[in-house]
Design a protein around this ligand. Structure first.
Ligand code: HEM
Length: 437
């Protein structure tokens, strides 16, 4: 036998424990755990609460690369756990219909290219710009309703006094604004919009949880949209649904199913995100008094430049989409020094990438005037948010109107008492209790 030197005693310290990623505490403030991952395990394999194993990509450079990586497919059929099984756990909550699953966020080129080109013909920056007065009107109406309700409750004696009022800004402002806006834009008649608001409410209240309601709400919305599309085909208007039906590219059109899936994804991708932009954004402003004063002053003097950089910074600082939607490796690849196997799910943590000190100076500081802010809050590459112009418009008008009209706004709960909605992809508050004078 060959003599071997006895191994040197291992003096290496034990690696620090991986922080809890999906628990209660991390919902309130996931950023310390992401800082840990960026430092110690930037491309990190973990088991999600659903039981699915996935890679989390946490550094800015890797995140940007992953978002544009062609070997990362959006088609859940590539999931190693198998298409059908995978879909239940990785798709839109409550959505099991093959028809509606075929939408932009679930497909790759060339289908993606064809559908995105067609929808881009109808959902144009010009259509969004023309919509601005309507969004202003909606924002003002919602604030009017909040103020009137308070004055009714307080009675005439209190009007004008130094009384303090209460409201839940998610329920009364952040939630209704985007849903009415997208309904209007799509061409849902006014008398049906409250049904939409209720279905949308079911979908977001229950998030991806197992409790009922979501499936039913999705089904009702789907049925309604199919019928609306049918009606608009016979009697077109100048709304977005009629635009989707009319859109053509080299003689190609959207089929009725494709138009329904498209309308659904516009709603689905466009409403909870915007609720969270207004909710998370307001919350961040209320916790940073000097930045909030800055926004208030900009809103009063109509400084659109500052409102624009403010919305981008709020997206970076605590954006609506915590993790980009699912991606699956079609073949083995390396990412941030890790080997990803074919079929592995990959989740790009936008919230972490946008706090990466390798990309942003003082990433944990909220600076509404931040220049050259190349955040990934709207994604990157071919799936870059199609609704970004509408989201920007709604965000700027919502926050501008809110802080201009309710200057005495204060948070009415301790941060540790606020509840965040569950769900893997989105990040948003259930309620945002405030007081104002
Ligand atoms: C895609 C964020 C509002 C429609 C995306 C993606 C992100 C995002 C991160 C890419 C996901 C990925 O690559 O996995 C946001 C944020 C919003 C917002 C932060 C609000 C502040 C909207 C609105 C609409 C919309 C208002 C439409 C009315 C879409 C669509 C896609 C998308 C259709 C899929 C595009 C594609 O796959 O080609 N969004 N979004 N979004 N978004 Fe948005």
């Amino acid at each position: 036998s060959t003599p071997t030197a006895s191994p040197a005693p291992t003096t290496q310290p034990a690696p620090p424990p991986v922080p809890e990623l999906f628990g209660w505490e991390s919902a309130a403030d996931p950023y310390p755990a992401y800082a840990w991952l960026r430092e110690h395990s930037p491309v990190h394999r973990t088991q999600l609460p659903s039981g699915v194993e996935a890679w989390l990509v946490t550094r800015y450079a890797d995140a940007r690369q992953a978002l544009a990586e062609q070997r990362l497919s959006k088609d859940p059929g590539h999931h190693s756990e198998g298409g059908a099984h995978g879909k239940g756990k990785v798709g839109i909550p409550g959505e099991r219909s093959a028809n509606l699953m075929t939408h932009l966020l679930n497909i790759d080129p060339p289908d993606h290219t064809r559908l995105r080109r067609l929808v881009s013909k109808a959902f144009t920056p010009r259509r969004v710009a023309e919509f601005e007065p309507r969004v202003r009107e909606l924002a003002d109406q919602l604030i009017d309703a909040i103020v009137e309700r308070q004055q009714d409750q307080a009675g005439p004696a209190a009007a004008g006094g130094g009384r303090t009022y209460e409201a839940d800004l998610i329920h009364e402002f952040a939630f209704p604004l985007p849903i009415y806006a997208i309904c209007d834009m799509l061409g849902v008649p006014a008398e049906d919009q409250d049904d939409f608001r209720d279905w949308a409410g079911m979908m977001i209240r229950h998030g991806g949880g197992p409790r009922g309601g979501v499936g039913r709400a999705v089904k009702k919305m789907r049925g309604y949209l199919a019928e609306l599309i049918h009606r608009k085909r016979l009697d077109p208007g100048d709304d977005l649904i009629s635009g989707l039906i009319r859109a053509s590219d080299h003689g190609e059109h959207l089929s009725e199913n494709e138009a329904a899936a498209m309308a659904f994804i516009l709603l689905f991708a466009g409403f909870e995100t915007t609720v969270n932009l207004i909710g998370n954004g307001t919350y961040a402003l209320l916790r940073h008094p000097e930045q909030r004063t800055r926004l208030h002053e900009a809103a009063v003097r109509g400084d659109d430049g500052l409102l624009a950089t403010a919305v981008e910074e709020l997206l970076r600082y605590d954006g609506p989409v915590e993790l980009a939607t699912w991606r699956f490796a079609t073949e083995p690849l390396e990412l941030g020094g890790q080997r990803i196997a074919a079929g592995d799910p990959v989740l790009v943590v936008l919230a972490s990438a946008d706090r990466d000190p390798a990309k942003f100076d003082h990433p944990d500081v909220l600076d509404l005037g931040r220049r050259d802010n190349q955040h990934l809050g709207y994604g990157h590459g071919i799936h870059y948010c199609l609704g970004a112009p509408l989201a920007r418009l709604e965000g700027q008008i919502a926050l501008g109107t809110l802080f201009r009209r309710l200057p005495g706004l204060q948070l009415a709960a301790a941060p540790e008492d606020l509840r965040w909605r569950g769900g893997l992809i989105m990040r948003g508050l259930r309620t945002l209790p405030v007081t104002f004078t």
